[in-house]
Write a protein that binds this ligand. Structure first.
Ligand code: UDX
Ligand code: ADP
Length: 469
């Protein structure tokens, strides 16, 4: 079966870039990305490519090439579903904030709504592809909804799992040259195998077939959770050691380098930081923990839960270190944050460590001044408001957002690096120092800057995982 029309429901960080690359690489396939959020769709259609709702290096060029040719962004969800032979579900699956599984399980209400909508609208056979990260066995729930809530027409659905492994900030690169593409489906039937081959053929337009793995649906779903859990575990492991390094005079970067050269360990994901963020790591581990608990596997659940416990500790530890270093009080003191995004080269702030560090400092009545090259003021306030620690008015009193890093740091008692944006390395640090309160403190939560040079200028520095000899 040859795919001619693809519809993707959800024009977010996953759906947008993924479909843009599919459209670029498959000019013979029409790709329509739909979303209920009109503002978002309007931004995807904006002539000014700097206004795309997702910032990713290189994405503007891909969109420019394909948009209007075979890539379309629309709010006409029913129409796009009807026309498509393959439908990607790429809606958000946040951690539940209510009821059973609150704070742990993924909230599948958006997925279910999509499935019901697909069932209601479809008049011809469809291949439905799970793109969002989902708990294991979601495919069977989707299948049950599709098979039982149809509109009366004799439509057949095949469900595939095709988890996305792209990392934000390098989305386009990752999509163009993925380590692997994973396609899970019903390997026991001919129809299942055909559907899998249809999706494999889409990717085979630019990914070599030996990088495309096919498995059964459950393995595919679980592999995604496992990959993220392993990556997050590496970050928590090195962060756990960063605290020990600070006490013992070791340097966590030196330790990471030494162990990373062991080919069995490898050098990646060993960068100690103020804590991992992003929409996936925490959510996926909580999901894994929840599934394990559901099956009564308490030791398995506890094991993975420690990765989150360690990450929460790392964020809190960073904030408390600022407070204790600033003579045990930050009340009324201006603390400048350089960076708010959860990593560089993205405007995404979901679960960013900056939010939690700011929250701790605000509770100590600090004035937090934020500069981030890509994150909007509106987003920063929305992030702290979401924690519900204090009123929205109090958050606005406590946090000021700047469009200029030098203004943000002016008269500050301390600067904290929360995101590893490259531009921070190019700043005139002497100038920043001169306009700060003295002693001028610097807390590098990303191991980004050259601490010796900063100390030479006069800064009192703290770098994660670097012990004083
Ligand atoms: C992750 C997975 O990498 C990707 O495969 C999956 O599809 C989605 O989740 P993402 O969250 O976009 O991607 O970014 P990633 O690069 O994995 O970073 C996650 C967090 O870990 C960031 O906050 C990052 O700063 C932090 N991190 C990463 C570290 O603190 N140290 C490291 O060595 C690596
Ligand atoms: P992700 O990082 O997984 O891509 P995002 O939150 O960035 O998550 O994007 C998910 C998108 O899915 C949002 O833009 C949201 O409006 C959209 N969405 C959620 N439910 C539906 C639905 N039923 N129909 C269409 N779009 C939806």
């Amino acid at each position: 079966m040859e795919v001619k029309n693809i519809c993707c429901i959800g024009a977010g960080y996953v759906g947008g870039p993924t479909m843009a690359v599919i459209a670029q690489k498959c000019p013979h396939i029409n790709v329509t990305v739909v979303d209920i959020n009109e503002k978002r769709i309007a931004a995807w259609n904006d002539k000014d490519l700097s206004k795309l709702p997702v910032y990713e290096p290189g994405l503007d060029k891909v969109v420019e090439e394909a948009r209007g040719r075979n890539l379309f962004f629309s709010t006409a969800v029913d129409e796009a579903i009807d026309k498509a032979d393959m439908i990607f579900i790429s809606v958000n699956t946040p951690t539940k904030t209510y009821g059973k599984g609150k704070g742990m399980a993924a909230d599948l209400k958006y997925i279910e709504l999509c499935a019901r909508q697909i069932a209601r609208v479809s008049k011809s056979d469809k291949i439905v592809v799970e793109k969002s990260t989902l708990p294991v066995r979601t495919a069977s729930a989707i299948k049950s909804i599709l098979d039982n809530t149809g509109n009366g027409s004799d439509v057949k659905f095949q469900i595939l799992s095709n988890p996305e492994f792209l990392a934000e900030g390098t989305a386009v690169e990752d999509l163009l040259a993925p380590d692997r593409v994973l396609v899970g489906g019903d390997t026991s039937t001919e129809e299942g195998k055909e559907a899998m081959e249809a999706l494999v053929s889409v990717y085979a337009n630019w990914v070599s077939r030996d990088h495309i793995l096919t498995t059964n649906v459950w393995s595919s779903e679980l592999s995604k959770l496992t990959a993220n859990a392993f990556l997050a575990q590496r970050v928590s492991s090195i962060n756990a050691l960063s605290e020990l390094c600070e006490k013992t005079g070791a340097d966590v970067n030196e330790v990471a380098r030494a162990i990373g050269m062991d080919s069995r360990i490898g050098p990646k994901f060993l960068k100690s930081s103020v804590g991992f963020g992003g929409s996936c790591f925490q959510k996926d581990i909580l999901n894994l923990v929840y599934i394990a608990k559901t099956y009564g596997l308490n030791e398995v659940a506890d094991y993975w839960e420690q990765v989150i416990t360690m990450n929460d500790h790392q964020k809190r530890r960073f904030a408390h270190n600022i407070i204790s270093t600033l003579f045990n009080t930050v009340s009324g003191k201006k603390i400048a944050f350089l960076g708010w995004a959860f990593k560089k080269d993205t405007n995404d702030t979901r679960e960013s460590a900056a939010i939690y560090v700011a929250d701790e400092l605000l509770s100590e009545q600090s004035n937090v001044a934020v500069y981030d090259p890509k994150v909007s003021e509106e987003q920063i306030y929305a992030d702290v408001d979401y924690l519900n620690t204090r009123s929205s008015e109090e958050n606005r009193e406590g946090i000021t957002v700047y469009e200029d890093a030098y203004e943000a740091c002016k008269d500050a008692h301390a600067i904290a690096i929360l995101t590893e944006w490259d531009e921070f390395k190019t700043y005139d640090w002497k100038k920043l120092y001169d306009q700060m309160q003295k002693p001028a403190f610097l807390f590098d939560g990303r191991g980004l800057l050259n601490i010796e040079e900063l100390e030479e200028i006069g800064f009192v520095c703290y770098k994660i995982g670097s012990g004083k000899e």
